[in-house]
Write a new protein. Structure first.
Length: 290
């Protein structure tokens, strides 16, 4: 077993207990993050926090959790004021969350789901050739890491529990890349943005994966606020985010994130995600209930 696989297995074993940052202080703004930020970028959060605080004129606490559901629940319970969430939990909880901004990536407010395989499986060029293999999902509340691949299997008439030898959740897109690269999984579904950022930071890992399918474009994971947050604070946060491109330090921070900027966006952007969710919800047994 090579060192990457040992490291991944240790990480997966530790996931239920992991919490990257402390609980928020309620005298300022509490901002939740899912694993959209790579481990390599955690130092960047201190710079972003200082930049934010100078413009919010209040204390900001970033709260990072490994599971998307933990951040969603904290926002719904009003333990958080804002969060960078996935489009899938956003469309499911839209009455309780309000859209603030959508990142712009590659000139558009969209991204893709990538189906990747281990580079040694050269004969596999499409999903239908993965029969009997091990498949890794990223998170049950992830659009690119769970909803889209499940919808794609539905389109192809593939029942994952019968088609694959085994499926499992890694609980982070970077973990899915590691799992496929190391051979712990034969294939998996990941966020294109994170795969591409991981390729920049860890090309030695990502070169061991091959993209065999790219989804249609979906709305990029949005930044939202709880629906009880005062509108003045929501509008202030939106102005700050959409104004990053007009600020020198803001542009440097965006470069660190690999983003072009933020746009206010609209609910229409999320129609594709909502459509998949409603289709699969109408066919009992396709979506995991968590």
């Amino acid at each position: 077993m090579d060192h990457r696989r040992r490291r991944l297995l240790r990480l997966l074993a530790s996931l239920p207990l992991a919490a990257a940052l402390p609980a928020p202080a309620r005298d300022g703004m509490a901002f939740g993050l899912t694993p959209v930020i790579l481990d390599d970028q955690l130092g960047f959060l201190n710079q972003w926090k200082q930049w934010f605080e100078a413009r919010l004129h209040t204390r900001l606490t970033f709260v990072q959790r490994l599971k998307y559901r933990d951040i969603t629940d904290a926002l719904l319970d009003e333990q958080l004021d804002a969060a960078w969430v996935c489009g899938y939990p956003y469309v499911r909880n839209r009455p309780y969350m309000e859209l603030v901004a959508v990142p712009v990536y590659g000139g558009k407010p969209t991204y893709h789901s990538f189906i990747i395989r281990n580079h040694r499986l050269e004969g596999i060029q499409r999903i239908q050739q993965l029969k009997g293999r091990v498949f890794a999902y990223s998170d049950p509340d992830s659009n690119s890491g769970y909803l889209y691949p499940t919808y794609r299997f539905y389109q192809l008439g593939i029942r994952p529990q019968r088609f694959f030898r085994k499926t499992f959740f890694t609980w982070a897109h970077r973990n899915t890349v590691d799992a496929v690269a190391s051979g712990l999984a034969d294939a998996g579904a990941v966020d294109s943005y994170i795969w591409e950022q991981y390729r920049v930071h860890h090309p030695e890992v990502v070169r061991n994966t091959v993209v065999i399918e790219r989804s249609p474009a979906f709305a990029f994971p949005p930044i939202v606020v709880r629906n009880t947050l005062p509108q003045s604070k929501k509008q202030q946060l939106q102005r700050i985010l959409t104004g990053m491109t007009g600020d020198l330090q803001g542009r440097l921070l965006l470069r660190e994130l690999g983003l072009d900027g933020f746009t206010p966006g609209s609910d229409a952007l999320f129609a594709g995600i909502e459509g998949m969710w409603k289709t699969l919800s109408a066919h009992l047994g396709w979506l995991r209930q968590t």
